[in-house]
Design a protein around this ligand. Sequence first.
Ligand code: SAM
Length: 255
Amino acid sequence: MNQGRLTVVGLGPGDPRWLTPATAEALSAATDLVGYGPYLARAPEVPDQRRHASDNRVEVERARLALELAAQGRRVAVVSGGDPGVFAMAAAVFEALETGDPAWRKLEVRVEPGVTAMLAAAARVGAPLGGDFCALSLSDNLKPWDVIEARLRAALGADFVLALYNPISSTRPWQLRTALTIAAKIRGPNTPTIFARAVGRPDERIAVLDLADADPSTADMATLVIIGASTTRRIEREAGHAPYIYTPRFYGAGR
Ligand SMILES: C[S@@+](CC[C@H](N)C(=O)[O-])C[C@H]1O[C@@H](n2cnc3c(N)ncnc32)[C@H](O)[C@@H]1O
């Protein structure tokens, strides 16, 4: 096997300043970029670089293509949004590696960390992830809803702050409403809840709500939902300014 290599990178949630220098280096050193078309469009142009754009739902085929190109000696960057290891391409690459051509195991596969949507959304409102938290994808494309609901109930029962990725889409219209209903019953209607849409992009929209007022129809595929724990707090501000939301580092009575 020759000198091919594969790096999996994430561009961050939107703002180009959230793309790390290590990711920028990997992108500019790559001979080939592989990824979902809109993500490739966000990567800075590099002369003579080949771009292999694909549809959003073909992750493992995309990963196989990337491994094949690396096996041919190309320097390949697989491009995700956010962080590549959070509900994204890094796991797909290892799924393909484990089940694919044994020769691929000789390749050097690197994963560069990125800024995941949950962190960008949290930073916009304060520090809601300041205590223990749990990230959950509401997509039942790759796992059954029963598993998602069991994990959701367990995380709510354990009083984690919840970050919900993939909350809703045209093919998954009811899951978010069900999750919010379960959460309101377990955690109470006044729990601080954040709908953070397109964070770091020109069409960003952040809403800080009580859980009872969270309307699933205002969310879409570009939304990250954060549901506070019992300890998550609001700091009210003057009219016209959203409250700060934070979860203290201590739990219960004392600091
Ligand atoms: C397939 S997951 C990819 C997550 C990505 N790898 C990350 O680390 O952020 C897509 C989901 O991430 C969330 N997401 C990604 N970018 C976002 C952004 N700029 N603002 C809010 N949520 C975002 C949404 O929940 C979306 O449905």
